[in-house]
Ligand binder design. Structure first.
Ligand code: ADP
Length: 508
């Protein structure tokens, strides 16, 4: 098996890889685009929902000074039970107020009190609520709004802030990671799924609230397992099936064309062989017929003379003789006509300029199944710069076909591993007429010295089913084109070698 045997299957395989790869790539790309679109839509919804909640908190804070009854007594300086507000807003854990002249609860950690004081100062300047203390990992956030005399503080539970009933994803199973980020801290709204490989989408946007400047961050990792493998496999299988069908169709067409060509060549061969046969018959028949004519005419003359004792049945004899003459004449005329009809074709008017190597390729292509069936290795040596020849295309095909077929038949007697057909073309630049030579050599039994002299004689054959006309016909065709066909003298290698010589298209 050489590379040329693999080239065609490899080309088909490559075509399939390209088609399957391009289609699967497109499917994967479309799926990734769809996943990214869905992610972006979800991210926008999440940002909008969380922003709405943040705005709600601002609104609640702005309302607190209005709802608050005036402080009474000492104990009501900071505690602020507003039982109905947390019932409506579950995220509000605690509401406090600081009355003028008092401080935030003394049992609070100092850091919280400092943070609330600082935020209150900022709020006084900005006129809106400010973020006082944020512990994002714990999900707890203090907001402060400074009033003219009284300040209000609100403790939020971020977990309860999330409106799960409107949430666009299933928090337990969704692969999307959602966080609120602020100054290096993060609150995990939804854990999602992290992957080390694959594709990564992300979304960042600040909450639309001045008091809660948290960054809403969504991330999504897409793994290989999320690609549309089934569709890709179906596509790969379908394209393989389509290419296989196309290949079968093309093969069928090549086989049909080859069969047609062989049929045509066979018809031409049969016609030519018939012509050859008729020419042989004409040659064989014409002489005895002429002799018959001469002798019957003589007999007729003799019968007509007196000289014997017995009375010949003259009338009958004369009648029979004249019949014989008439028949003989008719036969002679028929043969003459047949001969004129089948006379050797004059190809000199139909020759054209041809590339010999291409004709050899065509003939080999036609016989490829035969060669493969008999396991014959073909070696063709044709230089690329071989000059063109003058030949009639069909006659040239016929000759090469005959030579190759003879070689194939001869090699049936050779062991399978030893069967080689060697074709060689070269130019013979011998003045006065330069020629191109095609040598067809095989590794069959060769031609015996006894048979050498008869190969080109019509009807000479050693094959039981042979006609013995192939070589004589090929020789006449070659000669009709101004060329020649001969058997090469025996060499050292076993096998037979035939030489076809054809005139150059342009004499140097
Ligand atoms: P056919 O093939 O019908 O016998 P051909 O004229 O083609 O007629 O061949 C005549 C004979 O020449 C064959 O029967 C065979 O004996 C001999 N011959 C032709 N080609 C070869 C060959 N390549 N090797 C050996 N003998 C051959």
């Amino acid at each position: 098996m050489t590379f040329s045997h693999w080239r065609r299957p490899l080309t088909w395989l490559l075509a399939w890889v390209l088609v399957a790869g391009a289609g699967s790539g497109w499917l994967a790309h479309a799926r990734l685009l769809a996943l990214e679109d869905a992610f972006t839509v979800d991210a926008r919804i999440v940002h909008r929902l969380l922003s709405q909640r943040a705005v709600q908190h601002d609104a609640v804070m702005a309302m607190l000074p209005l709802l608050q009854p005036p402080a009474e007594g000492h104990g009501a300086k900071t505690a602020m039970p507003l039982p109905r507000l947390p019932a409506a807003y579950p995220q509000i854990v605690e509401i406090r107020r600081r009355l003028p002249g008092s401080i935030w609860p003394a049992d609070w950690p100092q850091s919280r009190r400092t943070a609330l004081d600082a935020a209150e100062a900022r709020s006084l300047q900005s006129g809106h609520a400010e973020l006082a203390q944020a512990d994002l990992p714990a999900g707890k956030v203090w907001l402060v709004l400074a009033g003219r005399s009284t300040a209000h503080a609100l403790l939020l539970d971020l977990q309860a802030t999330v409106p799960w009933d409107e949430w666009p994803m299933d928090a337990a199973t969704s692969p999307v990671r959602v966080q609120l980020q602020y100054q290096g801290q993060a609150f995990d709204v939804q854990a999602g799924r992290r992957l080390e490989y694959g594709w990564h989408y992300s979304f960042h946007k600040l909450l639309a609230s001045q008091s809660q400047p948290f960054d809403v961050v969504l991330e999504r990792d897409v793994g290989w397992s999320e690609l549309p493998w089934t569709a890709m496999l179906v596509w790969a299988a379908a394209s393989a099936a389509a290419l296989a069908a196309l290949r079968a169709l093309l093969r069928q067409r090549v086989a049909a064309r080859r069969a047609e060509e062989l049929l045509r060549l066979g018809q031409v061969a049969r016609l030519n062989q018939l012509g050859e046969l008729a020419a042989g018959m004409a040659h064989e028949l014409n002489q005895p017929l002429t002799a018959l004519l001469a002798s019957t005419q003589a007999a007729q003359r003799l019968l007509g003379e007196d000289g014997s004792d017995e009375e010949p049945d003259l009338d009958t004899a004369r009648h029979a003789m004249s019949q014989a003459v008439a028949q003989a004449r008719r036969a002679s005329a028929v043969v003459g006509r047949l001969r004129r009809v089948v006379e050797r074709p004059d190809l000199s008017g139909q020759v054209q300029t041809l590339a010999l190597a291409a004709a050899v390729h065509d003939a080999l292509h036609l016989l490829e199944p035969e060669l493969r069936r008999r396991d014959i290795a073909v070696h063709l040596d044709a230089p690329a710069d071989l000059p063109a020849v003058r030949a009639e295309p069909v006659a040239l095909q016929q000759i090469i076909h005959n030579l190759v077929m003879n070689a194939l038949q001869a090699m049936e007697q050779t062991d399978a591993g030893q069967r080689r057909l060697l074709l060689l073309t070269l130019s013979l630049m011998r003045p006065p007429s330069a020629r191109i030579l095609l040598s067809v050599r095989d590794t069959g039994p060769g031609v015996s010295s006894e048979a050498r002299g008869h190969l080109f004689t019509p009807f000479y054959t050693t094959r039981p089913e042979g006609l013995g006309l192939g070589l004589s016909l090929s020789e006449s065709l070659a000669q009709a084109m101004g060329g020649d066909l001969s058997l090469a003298p025996p060499g050292e290698e076993p096998g037979a070698e035939f030489h076809l010589q054809l005139p150059l298209a342009q004499q140097p």
